[in-house]
Design a protein. Structure first.
Length: 95
């Protein structure tokens, strides 16, 4: 899983909390299905000893719009991991 692969090195190398933000739309059917997979990856990483600060933002919220602009996102779902981003085209159906 792409998210798990990004979380492990980020948490292991820095020894600091990894910031993860899930950007979604309440009207997005893909977001509906990807949300539980993201939660599972975050919980698995926490169980493996990685400290994660997790947040969710609707793309229409003030914070969500700021993330969309900062990372050049034009669609959701998207996952921000530290300074990296997993875009919808990166998912390939495997979130």
């Amino acid at each position: 899983m792409l998210l798990a692969a990004m979380l492990a090195p980020a948490g292991a190398s820095a020894g600091k909390p990894v910031n993860v933000t899930y950007i979604y739309s309440p009207m997005c059917s893909i977001c509906e299905h990807s949300g539980p997979a993201i939660h599972k990856a975050v919980e698995s990483s926490k169980s493996a000893g990685i400290t994660i600060q997790y947040d969710e933002r609707s793309f229409r919220s003030k914070e969500g719009m700021a993330y969309m602009e900062r990372f050049g996102l034009s669609s959701v779902p998207a996952v921000i991991v530290g300074d990296g981003v997993i875009r919808p085209e990166d998912f390939n159906g495997d979130m």
